[in-house]
Write a protein that binds this ligand. Sequence first.
Ligand SMILES: [Zn+2]
Length: 94
Amino acid sequence: MANQILCKNCKTWNSTEAETCSSCGYELHSERIQREEVSLQRAETQKGWDVPVIKIKPSHPWYVRPFLYVARAVQIAALAIGGALAWSAFWASA
Ligand SMILES: [Zn+2]
């Protein structure tokens, strides 16, 4: 019985291609999805974006994305100006 996955909820064998259990509807690949999300989050933090900028997701409709890009650009500019001010204030006081 190759390519089968055991439902942790009701112990029914399902095809690995199935997203949810055919018997109870339990998410069969929840652990895999969680692991993928963790590695995705790790990849994002490794890019250096530890500042809370707006996230543009593929789930956003196409007509929303331009506004998000503009909002994010304004946000990054504000953060850069704020950072420069904080930096110069720090050195001015030193
Ligand atoms: Zn099940």
